[in-house]
Design a binder for this molecule. Sequence first.
Ligand SMILES: Nc1ncnc2c1ncn2[C@@H]1O[C@H](COP(=O)(O)OP(=O)(O)OP(=O)(O)O)[C@@H](O)[C@H]1O
Length: 235
Amino acid sequence: MSRPAFDAKGLTKVYGEGSAAVHALRGVDLTIPEGEFVVLLGPSGSGKSTLLNILGGLDRPTEGSVHFEDKSLTDMNDAELTRYRRDHVGFVFQFYNLMPSLNARENVELVTEIARNPMDASEALALVGLDQRETHFPSEMSGGEQQRVAIARAVAKQPTVLFCDEPTGALDSTTGRAVLKVLTDVNEKLGTTVIIVTHAASTAQLADRVIHFADGTIREVVLNETKLTAEDIEW
Ligand SMILES: Nc1ncnc2c1ncn2[C@@H]1O[C@H](COP(=O)(O)OP(=O)(O)OP(=O)(O)O)[C@@H](O)[C@H]1O
């Protein structure tokens, strides 16, 4: 096993207080080796997005520790956490969050103009198979194409880790497969650690590691001996 990208111990997250308190995470220990393709599966409300947000530096646990490589995320101040997100992390969400008034290349350039070591916006769009669509606006693209622009935007800054929250949640099976193919390409070609939260059990067939979540805890971690390709998974 390669060195860990993430090492989390005893993570808890409580939203609210007293009788209104929601225990979203109830003591999560987790190691994710760098370069893996990881899928977090579990029912709605089981704490998957909460964990993703903590690993991605968007939120902090109530208790517990998280290390990214040799750095403690839980000991970082807000400015350090912002720098961690800027330098190391890409996010892809269910609804693509593209700027409607900007074309595909300009949407990607929003990130490449401020990143430390970006790839060229055109190169990022070619990676997701949209090199012919650079000047198209979001309203001129299908949901799957818009999600691929969002992935190009996230990977253009060459993040160490790509976090995806329900990346195919709004897509039909054909466009969903195309998006998953792009995510496996990013993992294999760029070596990016990819961590996907999803309800879609089919996505687990692509993963190195499947983490089953229930009720704020990890129920089971399954290592896939054989991974399928996006074309071959059963949807
Ligand atoms: N900001 C918040 N304030 C209060 N409760 C929250 C907040 N965010 C999440 N929760 C609660 O924490 C629990 C875990 O939510 P989380 O979004 O992590 O689950 P999930 O497994 O990602 O669910 P889904 O698959 O529906 O997105 C849920 O009960 C949710 O209502």
